[in-house]
Write a protein that binds this ligand. Structure first.
Ligand SMILES: [Zn+2]
Length: 68
């Protein structure tokens, strides 16, 4: 018997419009996705349960401030 293997696609709710956004079968924390409904740039912040947050653009990750 051929076993039909189905990949379970993980979905999470868009924090902006509430639509279910597909993250693929194996999402990772930090993965970036774009909401198909509102076009918002989002990022995976949690996997259990799957949660999305806005993908804030960080200006320059490597810039270091002088610590007095
Ligand atoms: Zn959305």
């Amino acid at each position: 018997m051929a076993q039909h293997k189905t990949e379970v696609e993980v979905t999470a709710e868009c924090p902006s419009c509430g639509a279910l956004v597909r993250l693929g079968p194996k999402p990772r924390v930090g993965q970036r996705v774009v909401c198909h409904s509102c076009g918002e740039s989002l990022r995976v912040i949690n996997l259990d349960p799957p949660e999305l947050d806005w993908d804030f653009e960080e200006p320059t990750p490597e810039s270091e401030e002088d610590w007095g």
